[in-house]
Design a protein. Structure first.
Length: 183
């Protein structure tokens, strides 16, 4: 890997193609490349969220998720390769149960907002949903492992729950949508 990364500006993509991990080249606007880019963008947003004032345990859990997302990028980059497993999906299920346990039930829709960290978690959630849609599109066009799609579905739910937790951590609460507000 070190030799591959020693030269960043290779100019091999100047014609609008990019190399995959199996050595093949595809167009930069291919569904697979869109999915890889959306996963990479999500990973970057999570990196910014980790820089916020959030519980240390949550920082470590999000860092682990960043590693999973990097693995997912690798899986998407190498057609037919598997890196995301059911165990990673189950880990997200456990985190969902852990963080959801102390939250009050939702009776209304909430708006993305509140604390800066909670708002950033909502941005991560929406980018995650886009990445999930891109992975679904790849799966319709070619055979891929189902775990990345499941992982992204759970992760978007977890990011929603974390936004609620982070608002409480900052001393606030959910920002409720007001159906009957003055227009």
């Amino acid at each position: 890997m070190g030799n591959r990364l020693s030269k960043i500006a290779t100019r091999t993509g100047d014609a609008g193609t990019t190399g995959l991990g199996d050595g093949s080249r595809i167009d930069k606007d291919a569904l697979r490349v869109h999915a890889m880019g959306d996963v990479d963008e999500l990973n970057s947003h999570i990196g910014a969220l980790i820089c916020e004032e959030i519980p240390a345990e949550m920082q470590q859990e999000l860092l682990s998720i960043q590693h999973d997302l990097f693995d997912m990028g690798g899986e998407l980059c190498i057609p037919g390769y598997t890196m995301i497993t059911e165990a990673q999906v189950l880990r997200l299920d456990a985190l969902l149960a852990k963080y959801n346990a102390d939250l009050p039930p939702l009776k209304d829709f909430i708006l993305p907002g509140g604390s800066r960290a909670a708002s950033m978690a909502h941005v991560c959630r929406t980018v995650c949903r886009r990445a999930e849609r891109a992975i679904v599109s790849v799966g319709k066009a070619e055979q891929i492992n189902e775990a990345p799609r499941q992982y992204m579905n759970r992760l978007s739910d977890l990011l929603f729950v974390l936004s609620r937790v982070l608002n409480r951590f900052a001393g606030g609460s959910d920002v409720l949508w007001e159906k009957e507000r003055q227009r």
